[in-house]
Design a binder for this molecule. Sequence first.
Ligand code: ATP
Length: 328
Amino acid sequence: MPKSIEKIAVLTSGGDSPGMNAAVRAVVRTCAFHNVECYGVYQGYEGLIEGDFKKMDARSVKGIINKGGTILKSARSKEFRTKEGRQKAYDNLSEEGIDGLVVIGGDGSFTGALIFNQEFGFPVMGIPGTIDNDIFGTSHTLGFDTALNTVVDAIDKIRDTASSHNRLFFIEVMGRDVGHIALNVGIAGGAEEILIPEEDLGLDRLVESLNKSRKSGKSSSIVVVAEGDKIGKNIFELKDYVDENMEGYDVRVSVLGHMQRGGAPSCFDRVLASRMGVKAVEAMLNGQSNYMVGLLDNKMELTPLDNAIKGKTKINLELLRVSDIMST
Ligand code: ATP
């Protein structure tokens, strides 16, 4: 029988995402519900190393479910990548009597948690918080849905100006390694083309397709480009290429950047965060460790952290086909 858990700490790590606060709230309230003490750790793993903890009760997380960012702050900690740093973190946790850790973050944060567990046998549980939706073992990461809504809203606004001036807009969205945001917002925003890291459309085919949609009577166009697309040119070079190889369009670029990470979490992300927080704490109280909580077939499921880190998410081929048909 694993030793029973009496004090749980929670931290947010890596890039922030909308819904992290709602997840912190859920972890704290689930601990309160089960009469387990809960500690918030500031600045991710940096706070573990510095001993920057604060005891949190159910009331201490009031008014945060609707807030973007993370009240616990997030950080990227170089020191936690070293054995000495992790030893300091372990000593601080032990001194406080904390015996379980919930990590809200991305795959890097999970790697740190897993190494920490392997070195010290310290129980850890992961909640996937990143807007990119690039984590294996969950159909949705926390913040993905909110980011989609934020980006679609921006595309709608850009389309207003694009259609008033017969413009072609290249809109860059987040997604260095995966095109989940680009593909979804491209469909929802009515984009003519979507460039994602998983597929290389090729420059000639892009120009051909844009010419085709122009001939079919479209006077403005939107092309959604994921940061990590494989067409071989950055978004400004793409603009120059299309300017040189196409006539009749005024070509513009819009890089949406960090605004995609901000804002109040959507209803979906708030509910998801609440479910994930409950599941993470209850799994830990049941003696489980080294898992990530995820949403699969609308159920809360546990995936071993190792699989969540190493597994790859796949682009939805059906969505790709839908986007092709819709841009006819
Ligand atoms: P995002 O998806 O936003 O990048 P992430 O969790 O993947 O989020 P990282 O910067 O990769 O973000 O990792 C967050 C922190 O996790 C790092 O700053 C570091 O402290 C810890 N970490 C990552 N990889 C390791 C590792 N191999 N060993 C120990 N700690 C690690």
